[in-house]
Design a protein around this ligand. Structure first.
Ligand SMILES: [Zn+2]
Length: 117
């Protein structure tokens, strides 16, 4: 996945086209992301014990990851995400615009050493 939880993204579809917001959750299997305030649906809820008022609930629905673009925290531009491997095998997410390392995806397995008991 090119998008992580808490990333700032630019939304490229629908009513929210052009909106910048934060990723609340990701669904790796379906390649979907849920973005704060984006693709909101309203659910009407009957009165029940849990919801004595009933009424309208609003919640965000996930959108396809291809419909959002990461905003690089370094150059603040909507950008494509690349990947980079260090000499020791550490994998980074990189901004294709400014080439900055956005974050580490996985550290080199060589470096993981268990502490002796
Ligand atoms: Zn950048």
């Amino acid at each position: 996945m090119r998008i992580n939880k808490n990333d700032q993204v630019l939304v490229l579809i629908g009513r929210n086209n052009g909106k910048k917001s934060r990723v609340i959750s990701i669904d790796k299997e379906n390649e979907k992301v849920t973005v704060e305030g984006v693709n909101i649906v309203h659910k009407f809820v009957r009165r029940s014990r849990r919801n004595p008022q009933g009424g309208r609930l609003s919640m965000e629905m996930p959108v396809s990851v291809s419909n959002v673009q990461l905003i690089c925290p370094f150059c603040s531009q909507p950008t494509r995400v690349g990947f980079r491997f260090d000499a020791d095998g550490t994998k980074y997410r990189v901004c294709k615009k400014c080439k900055a390392d956005i974050n580490i995806i996985s550290r080199s397995k060589k470096k993981i050493t268990k502490s002796p008991k």
